[in-house]
Write a protein that binds this ligand. Sequence first.
Ligand code: NDP
Length: 323
Amino acid sequence: METEKVRCLIVGSGPAGYTAALYAGRANLSPVLYEGITPGGQLMTTTEVENFPGYPDGVSSFQLMEDLRKQAERFGAEVRRGVVTAADLKNGRPFRVTIDGKQELLAETIIVATGASARYLGLPSESRFMGMGVSGCATCDGFFYRRKKVAVVGGGDTACEDAIYLSALAEKVYLIVRKNYLRASQILQQRVREVANIEVLFEYNTKEVLGDENGVTGALLEKADGSERTIAIDGFFLAIGHHPNTGPFADQLELTDEGYIKTWPDTTETSVRGVFAAGDIQDPCYRQAIVAAGSGCMAALDCERFLMTHGESGGALACSLNQ
Ligand code: NDP
């Protein structure tokens, strides 16, 4: 049986992937998008989205992703269930890609939009209250905690930024730090110290997230000497880092020191010609749905230009991004 050929393969179904599919569809690239493990991507871990332009009354994350998918399909994008489990980027175009460990296809171009995942502590109680007070994104969900009490876990730049962001909304913010110092940059540490409603709790680990059928009500914290403390909170925010979902692309594309896919400045081009990266997989900084959607658009335009210039199946020329 002949192996299926795809002009534009899009991997990932977050805002970056769907927007890339929308633009690639309108450019007649006949894009095929594989949804990956979590159709809808990271946004599906939240409930209500209030900061995506075009929805003045907010929108449920499910509805937003459904709208993005339908809009892409309207222009011919084919959205498929499945996970890209292997990809050979080293032997030139077309790239040989394996879906779900069994089915193979040949892709003239690939847009990697596999996102990043917030790290969680791994507590069962944390999973139980996911989307019911537990969140990995302060800028996405902070607005729901106006005049309430929240906690942020972590001692790095993200944790401090999140605590400062939340302090403008919430009545009280606890910053739970496992060491006896913050790892964040001095300027952020200073800002944290200057905000009256942030209380830093050093040398505490979270033992349990507490709650009831309405969501989070508190957290049980523990020190290394075994002493415990309970705090009353409505929201529990994780800021202990993210891990980019580079999967089968990790050892074939140039990555940053933090493991994100490197792209040429102001483009979505990666170290392999014909392979593009969009969304959080190449953005450790902004991590916003609208930014991911914007870079998905860029990736489709870059892809279209690439196909116009290089046509079908040239060689996959590697190009160092350090030049
Ligand atoms: P970091 O890896 O820098 O910090 C993670 C924090 O979470 C650390 O304090 C770490 O503690 C803590 N942590 C990790 N695991 C656990 C755990 N299981 N329980 C409790 N605490 C835990 O991640 P960030 O997201 O903060 O930053 C990532 C990168 O992005 C950094 O390079 C940062 O500088 C950059 N960044 C820059 C910003 C800016 O410049 N404005 C804003 C946001 C991020 P410990 O210290 O004990 O290891």
